[in-house]
Design a protein around this ligand. Sequence first.
Ligand code: NAD
Length: 508
Amino acid sequence: MERTESTQDTTAFNMPDWMIQFADQKREFNKRPTKIGRRSLSRSISQSSTDSYSSAASYTDSSDDETSPRDKQQKNSKGSSDFCVKNIKQAEFGRREIEIAEQEMPALMALRKRAQGEKPLAGAKIVGCTHITAQTAVLIETLGALGAQCRWAACNIYSTLNEVAAALAENGVAVFSWKGESEDDFWWCIDRCVNVEGWQPNMILDDGGDLTHWIYKKYPNMFKKIKGIVEESVTGVHRLYQLSKAGKLCVPAMNVNDSVTKQKFDNLYCCRESILDGLKRTTDMMFGGKQVVVCGYGEVGKGCCAALKAMGSIVYVTEIDPICALQACMDGFRLVKLNEVIRQVDIVITCTGNKNVVTREHLDRMKNGCIVCNMGHSNTEIDVASLRTPELTWERVRSQVDHVIWPDGKRMVLLAEGRLLNLSCSTVPTFVLSITATTQALALIELYNAPEGRYKQDVYLLPKKMDEYVASLHLPTFDAHLTELSDEQAKYLGLNKNGPFKPNYYRY
Ligand SMILES: NC(=O)c1ccc[n+]([C@@H]2O[C@H](COP(=O)([O-])OP(=O)(O)OC[C@H]3O[C@@H](n4cnc5c(N)ncnc54)[C@H](O)[C@@H]3O)[C@@H](O)[C@H]2O)c1
């Protein structure tokens, strides 16, 4: 797959005036209190294109009526009925969820503050299709604060938090989404966002490419007014590159998925936190002294290994790439072949993005009680299908936990049937989603305000300077004090004092 880096000279990129300049930020960092309120909630995760993440909590009353939201007449307190949610009366619960999320999304809140005077999205008509959760609600309301009009649908039929959708509708957002939509509902909701009298979108924010696909299929003329597409997921980005290759992409698109801040946080730091959470919630296990083998020492593998090592586990790594293998050695892990340790380990974790990494032969040789799980994108890494044979007994012992029992009584503990452990069984921290959401907001602002000709009908990465800006907006949370280059130092390094600080090829 060919990836197009932004062709523009990033050093020439002018940060809009309303953005905080780095020097200002330094001052702000010192002022801002660091304390962040937290609340623990039991949440479950759903996903659409299986590669973007959001957390979901629900206060939804189980006695909720079964009438389809499409058949209900609902109005918000201002009399508007331009929305379709499960139950508008749940808005107050949703508002609380949004307020909790706001506390861990400092960059979006900073953007709102900055935008009080200026509205960089004034006149923007954004149609969005993402998970509808508290975190995306913070994004949607931030876009509104920046001047945009938004219409929104869900990118996944299960992941909508009904309360949050209600809170958005109550706040005047035209949101069409509820948990448990049918396939038909799903497309109906997208259509209601797009097909509106007297309103045409001029920006698209997509997660998975379904909205973009729908507009291409049903309303291709709309692209005459659309200034750009911002896409978050691997799948959606892949579709955009295909369109671009076929010469069919008719507007510029921003690939948010591959921005540095998103990759690092989603893959490395998020997995470093959520691997332990996922294992703990499903098995109540203790990590100290356990022998673990982690397959793949990329970003995800590095995060998993670091977390387990810190908990006192004995960690082995398997790799096919000598560079990553050497990194594992330098980080103090034993590099092995899976066969060499499969009989002795207590936990097997796959993070390769590959297929059949753990085969039936490996599974046959594992010791009693071995826990097997996957942190990679798809459920192909562990050959789970090979376990569906008559001689093996499956016992569902908890939600997302199966015991697979061999004829001699040996039990293997399989988590989430080999699907992504953290997305299936734990949460994604709001702070991680904050980084993605900020990147999306800045990508929209950049595409919307870009002068004619800066972006062609191609797929771009966010300019490096904006990636740096996303990171800098999150620094105040940690009371972090960034060093400023002196004029002399900037000259010596050949850098602009305000960045970008690294070339595009730099690997963080
Ligand atoms: N769980 C999550 O929250 C989460 C977050 C981001 C990405 N992912 C997914 O996790 C997977 C890994 O992501 P990444 O960023 O670490 O990718 P990566 O490419 O950085 O790392 C994967 C590593 O696996 C190695 N590998 C491939 N085949 C192997 C094999 N047969 N045995 C041993 N090692 C092998 C590769 O050499 C590579 O170093 C991807 O599928 C990605 O989509 C999951």
